[in-house]
Ligand binder design. Structure first.
Ligand code: NAD
Length: 518
């Protein structure tokens, strides 16, 4: 590990970034361009999930540091909102270019701190770059429509204004990409922002903030991109209840999201909620099984089952179920589990020991409820938070299959008719991602129709995970209903205004109403 830390540290320092690794010299956790020393020092240790050893320590923000960060974001807003959107886009272009320079070390740091394999760590940074590119184009397309007024010599149109300070609270599993989904859009929309990352992945957030600082300095900007690292129960809680923050974009568990929704709604703030999923694939009798098995493996085992879009439930037509199960049971043990930074490793660790405990608690409950382990179920020997990916033969009443366990557990069901499969598919509380494998046009269209998948994402012959940024990302039901990234997700970061201009000399009223005062 020492080599990797050294490499990352050198790379950052060669580029003028001072990112402290090791627990003797702590990184500061609050930043508005300048790093803020808190009055009370409370340290957070970033742990490498691959060996359970500390990587670095971070001094968390206290109340005073939070206040400084929020004040900077509030004070920066008036000038930023009046900066032309395409000029804001230039800043985001510069951010994307800076991320290109740092892609390799930042991707390695993501893998080191979160535990996803290197190609996924690099993929996350690529996603940040893609979001910046998308946002640059968007900065010239924040359009509102014109409407035909029913009154003569009147013009009606809609326009979009910046909202204010956006609070971004992110989950551990996409420690940098989710920030970029929000930050790139919020920035071109004219908002300033405060990011509270997960306490499991503070170091990647410190690195991203350093990169933002370089860009902000070049543009002589302050307070647009801000960071506050601290416990959810104090700093997160302050952010969601802060009247100066009109929008909270929250990514995390459904339980926490419910609390965030209530807190923001209670003060008439807005929220974008990206919460838990319980994603499924249906494999029809006419599917290309080779394609389906490859997609199932990536979706179920990739990121050690720690994607919101990870495949958790698999519905197999009874005619092909034995073959698919046989292939999966054969493929699972051949997946190399280990250090996510090593070549050839396909599955890294879970994020922490609590996640390992949750995995085994779930397996016990599954056994009690009549689920049968087809393969996996063990814990590899050695240090780190590793588990074996596990396949469960499930039955429709298996209660655990209705919950999201954030671990590589795959429930396999059999079905006879597509209607039955879709009914089972839609019977859970979550509604994020879904897919069908079929070569039958009618089955595919049925899955995408009004009586098909009830999820925010529905795919044909593609797995449930690995979405592109061009589409709006998010899910229904207890997944929270939020949309981020592409399409028109930007609208959530702005406020809409309907304008009517009377350029004639008369004052006609709408709907033919007359109100003539003598
Ligand atoms: P989590 O709910 O434990 O934490 C999410 C964030 O909430 C963290 O930053 C945490 O510090 C913060 N937090 C905790 N208490 C808070 C409080 N009182 N007020 C405000 N913030 C508080 O989630 P996690 O374990 O980090 O991530 C895994 C979960 O995230 C899974 O359920 C996964 O499905 C979900 N997720 C969803 C999406 C999506 O787009 N739908 C994407 C990634 C992850």
């Amino acid at each position: 590990m020492a080599d990797i830390l050294g490499d990352i540290k050198k790379f950052f320092s060669d580029l003028g970034l001072h990112l402290e690794l090791g627990i003797k010299n702590s990184n500061l956790g609050a930043c508005t361009g300048e790093w803020i020393e808190p009055e009370e020092r409370s340290e957070l240790i970033s742990v490498n999930p691959t060996d359970g050893e500390p990587i670095a320590s971070i001094v968390q923000a206290d109340e005073a540091a939070y206040e400084k960060v929020l004040t900077a974001a509030v004070e920066a807003f008036p000038a930023w909102r009046m900066t032309p959107a395409p000029v804001r886009g230039e800043v985001v272009r510069d951010l994307g270019n800076e991320l290109r320079i740092f892609k390799e070390p930042l991707g390695r740091l993501v893998s080191l701190e979160m535990g996803k394999i290197l190609s996924e760590g690099l993929g996350e940074v690529q996603e940040m770059i893609d979001m910046c590119d998308f946002a640059v184009g968007l900065s010239r397309q924040l359009y509102g429509p014109n409407m035909m007024s029913e009154r003569p010599r009147h013009r009606m149109y809609e326009q979009w204004h910046p909202l204010g300070v956006v609070g971004i609270i992110s989950a551990f599993n996409f420690p940098v990409a989710v920030w970029a989904w929000n930050a790139a859009l919020a920035a071109v929309c004219g908002d300033t922002m405060v990011w509270k990352p997960s306490s499991d992945t503070p170091l990647t957030a410190v690195a991203v903030q350093h990169i933002c600082n370089r860009v902000m300095k070049r543009h002589d900007l302050h307070g647009v991109f801000n960071l506050v690292i601290g416990p959810g129960r104090s700093i997160g809680e302050r952010l969601i209840n802060d009247h100066r923050v009109p929008l909270i974009s929250f990514t995390g568990s459904t339980n926490m999201g419910r609390h965030v929704a209530e807190a923001t709604a209670g003060r008439f703030g807005r929220s974008i909620l990206e919460l838990g999923g319980n994603n499924a694939i249906i494999v029809a009798e006419d599917a290309d099984l080779e394609l389906a098995v490859r997609a199932i493996l990536f979706a179920a085992v990739g990121t050690a089952g720690q994607r919101c879009t990870s495949l958790r439930r698999l519905f197999l037509h009874s005619s092909i179920a034995p073959q698919v199960i046989e292939r999966l049971v054969k493929a699972y043990p051949s997946i190399t589990i280990g250090d996510p930074l090593e070549d050839g490793v396909l599955m890294g660790p879970l994020v922490n020991e609590r996640a390992v405990n949750d995995h085994f608690t779930a397996l016990t409950a599954i056994g009690e409820q009549g689920g049968e382990i087809l393969c996996g179920g063990g814990r590899p020997e050695g240090k780190g938070f590793f588990v074996e990916p596990t396949i469960i033969k499930a039955h429709p009443e298996l209660a655990m299959a209705r919950e999201e366990t954030f671990a590589p557990i795959l429930y396999v069901f059999e079905y006879e008719t597509l209607e039955e499969a879709i009914r089972m598919h839609n019977s859970v509380d979550q509604g994020l991602s879904s897919a069908i494998f079929t070569s039958n046009l009618g089955s595919g269209e049925q899955f995408l129709s009004h009586e098909g998948s009830d999820c925010g994402i529905a795919n044909i012959n593609i797995g449930t995970s690995g979405a592109e940024i061009g589409g709006a990302f998010g899910g229904e039901k207890e997944t929270g209903g939020g949309r981020e990234a592409g399409s028109d997700a930007w609208k959530a970061y702005m406020r809409r205004q309907t304008c009517t201009i009377n350029w004639g000399g008369e004052l006609p009223l709408a709907q033919g109403v007359s109100f003539d005062v003598e």
